[in-house]
Design a protein around this ligand. Structure first.
Ligand code: PHE
Length: 341
C-alpha cells in the first residue's frame, strides 16, 4: 500500500503540473484529495494492514496529503494569476487609440460681435431694449417720418405679409418709438439689437436678413457733442484706442441733422490699404439727432427734450474685422465658415 501511495502521489503531481485551468484543477482536487478521492480511498483501507505497519503508513499518508495539498495550493495561485492575466490581455484597453472628441458648440460670429457691442454700451450705462421683428407700416415708416410715398422708402423695401400693413421690419429704428412710448417721460439710454429684413437683390454686399444695433438717448440736455463723444469712445473700445472718427453729413428721415461715422482703418492705421480702399477710413454707422417729429411721436416734447440715435450692422463690423468678403456667409449655415470664429 505504501507503494500504491507513492504511485498515486507521483501520478497526481505529474498531472497537476500539466493543469493550467481552474475547472480542471477542481476536478483534480476532487479525484485526488477529495472525500471520494484516491488518497481517502487508500486511507480507508488502513484496516487491512498489519497493526505494526499502520503507524508508518499513517505518517507517510499525512506527508503525502500535505505535499499534495501544498502543490495544489501553489498550482491554484498560478492558475488564478494566469487566468487574470489572460483576461487582461483579452479585454485589453488600447490606450494608444485616439480619444473620441466631444463636440462643443460655439457662438455665432455675429453673436460674438453683438456681445462685444453690448458690453461696451453696457459699461456706458445703456440698457438693452427688445422690439418685435414683425412690425406695422406705421412703426417701421410713418412714425419715423417716412410719409407714405416718400422716396426715402425706396432705400428699404420690405417683405409684406398677407395681413394688411404688417411687414418684417427693415431696420431696428421702429424700436425707438416703442421705447419712447413705453418710458416717457423718463430719460432714455438704450440699445436695440435684432434681426432686420429687406427685399433686396442678394449680393456679396447685401442680404435679405441681417442684424442691426440701434442706439437711442433722450433727455433734456443731449447735444450732437454727446453723440460724437459716445460714438467715438465706442469706436475706440471696439477697434482700438488709437482710432479716430469723422462724421459726414448724411440723410435719414428720422434724424436731423444726420451723419455717417467713419473710423480710421484699423488694418493699415489710416495709411491706405485694400480694406479702406486707400482712403484710410471705414464707414461704420449712421446716426443723427432724433427728428422733432419722431420725438413727438414717441410722446416727448421736442422743445424740451433732445435725443440722438445711431444704427450699425454687426455683420459689416465682422466683415471689416475678419476680412470676410461675402455677407451671404453669415446666415448660410455653412459650418466650414462658422467654425472659423
Ligand atoms: N435705420 C437706419 C438704417 O437702417 C440707420 C440709422 C439708425 C440711422 C439710427 C440713423 C439713426 O439705415
Amino acid at each position: 500500500m505504501l507503494v500504491q501511495l507513492e504511485t498515486i502521489q507521483e501520478a497526481a503531481l505529474a498531472k497537476l503540473a500539466g493543469i493550467d485551468e481552474s475547472t480542471e484543477l477542481q476536478a483534480w482536487y476532487r479525484t485526488t484529495l477529495g472525500r471520494k478521492g484516491q488518497v481517502a480511498a487508500l486511507a480507508r483501507q488502513v484496516g487491512s494492514l498489519r497493526p505494526e505497519e499502520r503507524p508508518a503508513f499513517g505518517k507517510r499518508l499525512n506527508q503525502v496529503k500535505q505535499a499534495l495539498t501544498a502543490a495544489y495550493e501553489e498550482r491554484l495561485q498560478n492558475v488564478k494569476l494566469s487566468e487574470i492575466q489572460a483576461k487582461f490581455t483579452a479585454d485589453a484597453l488600447d490606450v494608444t487609440l485616439p480619444g473620441r472628441p466631444q463636440p462643443t458648440g460655439g457662438l455665432h460670429i455675429v453673436t460674438q460681435i453683438l456681445r462685444q457691442i453690448y458690453r461696451i454700451f453696457g459699461d456706458m450705462g445703456f440698457q438693452i431694449f427688445r422690439s418685435p421683428d414683425v412690425e406695422t407700416d406705421e412703426y417701421n415708416f410713418e412714425l419715423l417720418n417716412f410719409p407714405p410715398h416718400h422716396p426715402a422708402r425706396e432705400m428699404q423695401d420690405s417683405f409684406y405679409t398677407t395681413q394688411k400693413d404688417v411687414i418684417f421690419r427693415t431696420h431696428t429704428s421702429p424700436g425707438q418709438v416703442r421705447d419712447m412710448r413705453k418710458y416717457y417721460p423718463e430719460p432714455i439710454r438704450v440699445i436695440l439689437p435684432g434681426m432686420c429684413y429687406r427685399n433686396e437683390q442678394v449680393t456679396t454686399r447685401s442680404e435679405m436678413q441681417f442684424t442691426q444695433v440701434e442706439g437711442l438717448a433722450v433727455g433734456n440736455h443731449i447735444t450732437f457733442a454727446d453723440l460724437k463723444g459716445t460714438l467715438t469712445e465706442f469706436a475706440k473700445r471696439l477697434f482700438g484706442a488709437d482710432r479716430k472718427t469723422r462724421f459726414r453729413a448724411s440723410y435719414f428721415p428720422f434724424t436731423e441733422p444726420s451723419a455717417e461715422m467713419d473710423v480710421t482703418c484699423f488694418k493699415c492705421d489710416a495709411k491706405g490699404c485694400q480694406l479702406c480702399k486707400y482712403t484710410g477710413w471705414l464707414e461704420i454707422l449712421g446716426c443723427g439727432m432724433v427728428h422733432p417729429t419722431v420725438l413727438r411721436n414717441g410722446g416727448y416734447d421736442p422743445m424740451r427734450h433732445f435725443g440722438y440715435a445711431f444704427g450699425m450692422g454687426p455683420e459689416r463690423i465682422a466683415m471689416l474685422k475678419y476680412g470676410i468678403d461675402d455677407i451671404r456667409q453669415f446666415w448660410a449655415s455653412d459650418l466650414r465658415f462658422l467654425q472659423q470664429f
